[in-house]
Design a protein around this ligand. Structure first.
Ligand code: M6R
Length: 603
């Protein structure tokens, strides 16, 4: 989704803004632009397409030491120069960058048109600089408040006003924004990695607070216009965390980072006395239902969690796509634990699901990667996944660390409820402890095979991922990985469901990936593999018992021996690598696939 940076200090703003924007590229965008302020007013430069286009247009200009920049992911209006941000006010005394959606923009556009304002873009954003111009009375705080009070929807805004020297302004509601604190210079950004080369000290503004940012300080005002003290958050991320480190792509680097990320996620949470879930207030015995709501891969992690929690904690688990959750009138109570899973912690639908769950009296536990993100802050409890910054749009370590936390959560619930035997509990904890090391070896081993299989199957036009139980959940994630980066049409089906319609699509050389890791379901899945193979499909089998399926498959990926419940972690790693090499063979933009955004901050 859209990315924002802002700078004020002694240096030229343009190169700093462009560098910040390049670090936000991973969020997904289709145009970009900057606005720089100087004694001559505000100059805006923007360009459709990749940042390289903006670099061409800027050269060394505009000159000035204060500015704002933006990468736009089109929602209202095509991705072209006119709709790219920043947007000027009519008299060009204001320039604004925006992430989010102003829901009442048509009404506000009509209001402003009646008062003589002419719009140059189709965006919802352009009403903001126009409103600022309309309300301007010489006092910027009052002007911003009047404008803010008109806006409905979500926004993170960076505002530049001509003649305000080195000052610029920022505010947010339901969209992410951080303020970076330097020495004699200060920043804003959609997320921390954009400015980590300059500072690790951040202020995170709360909803509707207004920040006035100058080279020498940041002043934050609350909703009542009172100046407030904000806590300073020191990030433990380093700029190097957001570099490729010699890997061809962030996605490959992040696949390889998984063992370390999983280790960091679980190591101090498994103690000699059992599981310790940070400061989470959890009593499994008092919970009568778990609802998991999330989007995309995080939802797929929730699906694995459902099988695990139901099996070991004997609690009913409902899983919802967060975009559906609040519209289905869910039945929640104080004894229901709602779990929101999100790597970014900023996904608009997941945040909305969280608020809906709280509104209905449910306790909310968030499983989140980005520290102090909106979801982390609004949940009653948080378990961080500690994956470190994930730059590639296609999640890898974000997903597997979510699985790790869901396993810990499920086991703790099971322990509280007395539904797991000591033997099983110890076996699972033991398997979890060795998981990082096993995963490390597995990724090293399977890499070459994934490359070989990608070379063989990359021309496929469709792929079907099938499995039963948690293998079906793993299939959902495998199919998403393949389609999002290789653009091959890929679907996941519960293996037993294929013959109820989808099998009609299977023909000679259709690619099927059959996952069979669960002893009690293996024979059934094998029958389904036979059904597609007898209709001409080429089958890649994935199993921890490869001999049991080899005869019915063209190729087999052997998973290591582990506890059956943990196989989705290994399946994920194998399918991530397969998707990665297929996409590489087809020549896609692996880290920034078309049309996608890393952090989906609009509904
Ligand atoms: O940041 P979140 O985990 O809330 O994001 C949810 C989905 O947008 C995300 O998992 C998406 O499906 C992945 N990037 C796909 O690889």
């Amino acid at each position: 989704m859209c990315g924002i940076v802002g700078y004020t200090g002694k240096q030229q703003a343009t190169p700093i803004l462009l560098d910040g924007l390049s670090r936000l590229e991973y969020r997904g965008y289709d145009s970009s632009g900057i606005a720089v302020g100087s004694g001559n007013g505000i100059e805006v430069v923007k360009a459709k397409g990749r940042l390289a286009e903006l670099y061409k247009r800027t050269g060394d200009r505009p000159e000035g030491t204060v500015g704002i920049g933006h990468t736009r992911w089109a929602t209202h209006g095509a991705p072209d120069d006119a709709n790219a941000h920043p947007h000027y006010s009519q008299d060009r005394t204001f320039a604004v960058v925006h992430n989010g959606i102003i829901e009442n923009y048509l009404e506000l556009r009509a209001f402003l048109s009646e008062r003589g304002f002419t719009f140059l873009s189709e965006t919802d954003t352009e009403i903001v600089p126009m409103l600022l111009e309309y309300y301007y009375n010489g006092n910027m705080l009052e002007t911003i408040i009047k404008t803010r009070n008109k806006l409905k929807g979500s926004y993170a805004l960076g505002i530049l006003h001509a003649g305000d020297g080195g000052a610029f302004y920022a505010l947010r509601k339901d969209s992410p924004l951080v303020i970076g604190l330097g020495e004699g210079e200060n920043f804003i950004a959609s997320d921390m990695p954009a400015v980590l080369t300059h500072t690790r000290r951040f202020i995170i503004p709360d909803e509707k607070e207004i920040a006035v940012i100058t080279p020498n300080g940041v002043t934050v005002y609350n909703r009542n216009q009172e100046e407030i003290e904000k806590e300073i958050f020191v990030s433990d991320m380093s700029a190097a965390d957001a570099e490729k480190d010699g890997f061809a792509h962030f996605m490959l680097k992040e696949i390889y980072e998984q063992p370390g990320a999983v280790k960091k996620t679980i190591h101090d949470r498994i103690t000699p006395d059992g599981i310790r879930l940070d400061r989470v207030r959890l009593n499994g015995a008092e919970i009568d239902k778990v609802c998991i709501a999330a989007c995309g891969s995080a939802y797929h992690a929730g699906e694995v969690g459902k099988y695990f929690i139901e099996k070991y904690a004997r609690l009913p688990v409902e899983t919802d796509l967060a975009s559906e959750f609040r519209y289905r009138d869910p039945i929640l109570s104080k004894n229901c634990l709602t779990v929101i899973v999100s790597q970014s912690g900023e996904t608009a639908d997941s945040l909305a699901a969280l608020r809906e769950a709280k509104r209905r009296g449910s306790r909310v536990l968030a499983i989140v990667n980005v520290v102090d993100s909106s979801i982390a802050r609004e949940a009653d409890d948080v378990l961080y996944t500690r994956a470190g910054p994930e730059i590639a749009v296609a999640t890898t370590k974000g997903y597997t660390t979510q699985l790790a936390v869901l396993y810990l959560l499920g086991l703790q619930l099971a322990k509280d409820r007395g539904t797991v035997s000591d033997r099983e509990y110890d076996a699972l904890l033991g398997a979890l402890k060795t998981l990082p090391e096993q995963l490390n070896r597995f990724i090293d081993d399977v890499n070459a095979q994934a490359q070989y299989l990608a070379g063989k199957y990359y021309p496929a036009s469709d792929a079907y991922f099938i499995g039963r139980g948690c293998d079906w959940s793993a299939a959902l994630e495998g199919a998403l990985k393949l389609k999002e980066i290789s653009y091959i049409h890929a679907e996941a089906y519960a293996a037993g469901e294929l013959k109820h319609g989808t099998i009609s699509l299977i023909e000679k050389n259709s690619l099927v990936l059959g996952i069979a890791t669960q002893n009690d379901l293996r024979e059934k899945t094998l029958s389904n593999i036979k059904e597609v193979r007898s209709r001409g499909a080429a089958v890649i089998g994935i199993s921890d018992n490869p001999a049991s399926i080899a005869a019915e498959c063209d190729d087999v990926i052997a998973l290591p021996e582990t506890h059956a419940a943990l196989t989705p972690v290994f399946t994920a790693a194998a399918l991530q690598l397969f998707a990665y090499y297929v996409a590489a063979a087809r020549g896609g933009d692996i880290d920034k696939p078309r049309n996608l955004a890393k952090s989906v901050t609009v509904e």
